[in-house]
Design a protein around this ligand. Sequence first.
Ligand code: TXA
Ligand code: MG
Length: 368
Amino acid sequence: MMRKTKIIHVNSEMSNETLVDRLTEAAQCLSNGGTVAFPTETVYGLGANALSDNAVNAIYEAKGRPSDNPLIVHIASMEMLSELVVEVRPYVEKLMAAFWPGPITFVMKKKAQIPLKVTGGLSTVGIRMPANVIALELIRLSGKPIAAPSANLSGKPSPTQAKTVIEDLEGRVDYIIAGDSAEVGLESTVLDVTGEAPIILRPGKVTCEMIKEVVGACSFDAAITKDKIETDGVAKAPGMKYRHYAPNAPVQVYMGNPTEMVKCFFEAVISCSQKGTEKVGILTFEEEAMVLERMIALEGISSDNYYIISAGSAKDLTAYAKILFESLRTFDAALCTYIIARGVEEVGLGEAIMNRLKKAAEGKVTRI
Ligand code: TXA
Ligand code: MG
């Protein structure tokens, strides 16, 4: 199914008047059951009216996604929330006040008017108020709650730049709102708040520690805990059900101290250069990338055999989170035959980074 896709260029510096002007047509399309890809602060989303079965079907069709996966419903005001969920527990109100609009999704008991199509048959629904003026304005203008998964073709890393959305979805959706790059770079924290205390179903920018600070308790779902990296080596559950967030080239994650890491990367580059036909993509911190580049230069190895992306300083994981998904795609575009990504400790934002890396690597994580 091919569609004529209209691309609308916007940025967050525009006056509200200009924004409204640019977004009105796409918002109308949303209220009429169409599909619109738009920026959020986490990743780009592919939106449709959450209250319409047909509109939601169009999302699945555009993404080529199995329809048993629950979608997140995006809102622009607290008024919208009361129409969608049965109740909001007092501790959840506190969390909403602390983190909304922002990169966190709350899973709550749904009202009947949300189609089961949206929730993958579940009686709960994930709701998020994004912190991006373009997303908020688009949702507000449409007057509808907007169901939106990440705006990638199924199985690919989530898009954080407009050009990536265009690459994946042009000809498959009605509109693409091409705005700025997503600031966070990883999808929202998904928090189950149906019980007495919150449980993290998917780690994100809003961390377990941050949630604990507001409501005193927070834990990880068993599915996350079982995949934790053990201190003595490999992931507990290598080989995951789906290859997810995945580039074409196979991914391997290594973690360890900076000296060992640089040695490991260098050996991979040397091996590629000796084989002649292989090219390794390496994603690591700038401190390690600099040393590695110098070692490679001294050896005089051809750039046909390696591609290095520096993920910002080891002291601050923000940059790593922001560029992770696009880097995986960049390695594919550079025709890397395999990818090595630097693992990080699973604390704070490191939880979310490792969660995505483990999926991209199908659990292939080695501590050296
Ligand atoms: O940051 C984000 O969350 C982005 C932007 C566009 O908002 N959206 C996103 O959607 O990542 P998606 O569809 O790629 O991931 C949604 C995930 C599901 O895979 C599932 O893990 C969880 O959210 N989820 C949604 N509704 C749920 C529910 N009712 N129960 C349990 N998990 C749910
Ligand atoms: Mg997704």
